[in-house]
Design a protein around this ligand. Sequence first.
Ligand SMILES: [Zn+2]
Length: 494
Amino acid sequence: MNKSLISLLTTLLLFSCNAPKVDIAIVNGLVIKNADIVSPLSQDVSSNNFIVLDGDSIAYIGQQEPHVKGTFTTLDAKGKFIIPGLIDSHVHITGTDALSEEEEIQNPEIVAHYKNQLPKSYLYFGYTTIIDLGTAHPDRLQDFLEAEIKPDLFYVGGGAVIGNGYGLTNWSDEVPNFIYQENEAYPIPEEYQKENHTPKAVAKRVGESGAIALKTYYEPGFDPTIPSFPTPTFELMADIKKEAHRNNLTLVVHGNSLEAHDFLGQANVDVIAHGLWNWGKYSLGDSLTIPKEIQKVLDTEIENQVGYMPTLQVINGLKILTNASFLNSPELDHVLPQDLITYYKEHSETMYANIFGDAPKEIIETNFTRISDQGKINLMYMYKNGGNILFGTDSPSSPTYGNPPGYNGYLEMMEMADAGLPLNKILSMATIENAKAFRLDDKYGSVEEGKRANLLVLNKNPLLDITAYNDISHVIINGKPINRETLSAAGRKD
Ligand SMILES: [Zn+2]
């Protein structure tokens, strides 16, 4: 190499070293260097970035090294991948996994261990934001909110239901925010004032409670031998939507049957909290094609861009009751306390019988595999035709050990990948698309300056390998990096 070339290179090198640094003043933060950021917006990887976190927000992202003033620690992310923390937009955190209220009373130690572990279990699998989609008792979220380390939690307030409809049996439950629909068969009991149970009054209360969404139900019932529950009219649903939006709330509606999806697609609600796996009198044949009656309903949802949560794990969670060997999965040790796993092992037959009676396991297994396939085929139809698919697991959806907190999200992702959904779609659904659907995208859903410092440091690229979501190095929650292993329930002594 000749001298002049060496001096030119030296000059260039010096020049690049002397490039003016960006000054960033922070109070207390974290600097991540060598960060390869996977964007759920552009769905590609931006290499060698510096990310500066200040408190609970992202202060700087760039390939130019910043000059940081203030107190901070450094994390070298060389060879790793940074994604926004995941959002599960359909969970229920007020109970103790699959235990009934009676079992909770009988097993206070298990309940205490579970509640202590629950926030960490969501974080262990990268869920830094969760949305509790339905408690009528927000005070029951308090244990979770008091935990030192926890995901950001949002909720839907009172869980508005149609007077005496699904979820409000015989007016006996305390559901302060039920919506009353005039019905001669179900006159409103004297102790309630009708004017407190209009869509307008309920949406206002739910909005003022700090909730981000208004949840209601379209559920005629699951048992054909008893009369149907009352369901809302189109007129009432339009009114609920108008009032929800007036209070800046997303309208989320429970529904999983053909009848429900048909109604809710036409009613153009914001989000349907379940996939359409219950096809009524139709069923998936050997040709694996969707009957045109089902397609028509999905087409309306696609046209109206109704948010569609496939919730595949609801069906799989029930199906797994036929196979208690699931309780030996090593992943369960990370998300459930040992005494709860032992309890499940001892009661697995009872749990099966509580749901399926004395139906042979092979028949349940076959039927639920078919229903699960129906859910997956619908998911792919929604995807291929531009549907608005959202990521929500409904954990736990029923009294089953098959929807463990945190791990259930990973199982849902694996099922989606198995159905054929591209990995970039899974990432965007579980981040930015959920954030948009729930009006949280000003702070959540992508790695951008000004957004919440909730990030995952993965050992693999999630655009190439679904198991990246179970290969997490660090979970960064509100700017604090946590080594994943410290979130595991395994090794806890109590
Ligand atoms: Zn649910």
